[in-house]
Design a protein around this ligand. Structure first.
Ligand SMILES: NC(=O)c1ccc[n+]([C@@H]2O[C@H](COP(=O)([O-])OP(=O)(O)OC[C@H]3O[C@@H](n4cnc5c(N)ncnc54)[C@H](O)[C@@H]3O)[C@@H](O)[C@H]2O)c1
Length: 355
């Protein structure tokens, strides 16, 4: 069977956890790497032992008829136009999160995607992270009864120069520019948690938040967000905290997460994602008088591998893969709502955010 030729566009920090999933899938070929800094693309190719075509101009990727699909790992504000251009060139598109900085970007991409024979999806590694998949299956099988709360906590710890992923200097430049990036940590990392909540319990209808104003545009911690899911008695809570002197165990970067799903019959904990801070099994089910542990694979890379594999499979099978433009729009609205709520000190309905 012909392999799917993929071009990976943007060879910055996140490319290194994206390559392995495409390298290991039997039907995918990393055919090209593209970066305006070609030495960065060449360095990436060398580090993973492949010899792809190197492009420094995205247009050349779009004009290469041998390329079937693109994986966009570029700064977020470039995602909408690059997604639209690739779809118009007949390429399947997987773009890193978020779909773009504005809700109107999500609408524009969604409109082109809906009229295209090519597939569009936003890569959301948390939806392929085995501990969260296990938790979702347990919830769906009724293990904890009726879901009433999703509680999530993100920790940013002491920066560690030995982390596998260290942001490039320019990565912090575009992240720190409010024109290109509407929020800091709560937007960048919170997106994953909001996506997870929507995946498990559907859209939110009301959001309240307190976000600290810090000297550092990016940090914005401590922050707390609460929301209610639509058409059910289930709330969500996300706390984002910074522990500047706390070293967080883990290979990738000094961030970790904790999830608690509470139901009428019990609760489920997922005790890690990027880091490995807790000395606990990755998934635990508490039923009041009994506890079950599930030692599913929990390395953070698993989510990226799952996302890459699912994209290739979905192209081969011609089916839409998570997350589509509609879900990406709801996730963006829920990610932006806390900022409006914290500034206005009011509850915000995410569906009213249209720009
Ligand atoms: N899923 C996750 O956990 C996760 C983690 C980090 C970043 N991300 C997302 O990945 C994306 C990239 O983040 P990063 O930290 O790797 O950023 P980065 O700045 O390190 O890398 C971006 C790369 O894109 C290149 N680039 C810039 N303009 C380009 C263009 N026009 N065409 C091709 N390449 C271009 C840059 O030279 C750079 O090498 C962001 O959207 C971010 O939100 C996701």
């Amino acid at each position: 069977m012909k392999k799917i030729n993929i071009a990976i566009v943007g060879c910055g920090a996140i490319s290194y956890v994206t390559f392995p999933g495409y390298l290991k899938h039997p039907s995918s070929e990393i055919y090209a790497l593209c970066d305006p800094l070609p030495e960065r693309a060449r360095g990436a190719a060398k580090s993973i032992g492949i010899d792809p075509i190197i492009y420094s101009n995205y247009e050349d990727v779009l004009n290469d008829s041998k390329i079937d699909a693109v994986e966009l790992l570029t700064p977020t504000h470039l995602h909408p136009q690059q997604s639209i251009d690739a779809l118009n060139a007949g390429k399947h598109v997987s773009t890193q999160k978020p779909i773009g900085p504005k809700v109107s970007d999500a609408d524009a991409v969604g409109k082109v995607a809906n009229n295209s024979a090519a597939m569009f999806r936003v890569t959301e590694n948390f939806l392929y992270y085995p501990p969260l998949i296990k938790a979702k299956k347990l919830i769906e099988s009724g293990s904890i009864g009726e879901l009433s709360s999703i509680r999530m906590r993100t920790f940013l710890g002491k920066l560690d120069p030995n982390s596998l992923i260290t942001p490039t200097e320019d990565a912090m430049k575009w992240r720190g520019n409010p024109k290109d990036n509407p929020g800091g940590l709560l937007y960048d990392s919170g997106w994953h948690k909001f996506a997870t909540a929507i995946w498990i319990a559907g859209e939110a209808e009301s959001v309240s938040a307190i976000i600290s104003e810090t000297d550092d545009f990016y940090l914005e911690a401590p922050a707390a967000v609460i929301w209610k899911h639509k058409n059910q008695n289930c709330i969500g809570i996300l706390e984002s905290v910074y522990a500047s002197e706390m070293k967080i165990r883990g290979k990738y970067y000094p961030v970790d997460d904790f999830f608690e799903f509470q139901g009428s019959k019990g609760s489920i904990w997922v005790t890690r994602s990027t880091g490995e801070m807790y000395d606990l099994p990755p998934v635990m089910l508490f039923k009041g008088n009994e506890t079950h542990s599930f030692n599913v694979p929990s390395d953070w890379l698993e989510g990226f591998n799952g996302a890459a594999g699912a994209f290739i499979d979905s192209i081969i099978e011609g089916k839409q893969e998570l997350m589509d433009a509609e879900m990406a729009k709801h996730t963006l609205q829920l990610t932006l709502a806390p900022y409006l709520s914290s500034n206005s000190k009011t509850h915000v309905n995410p569906s009213t955010i249209l720009d």
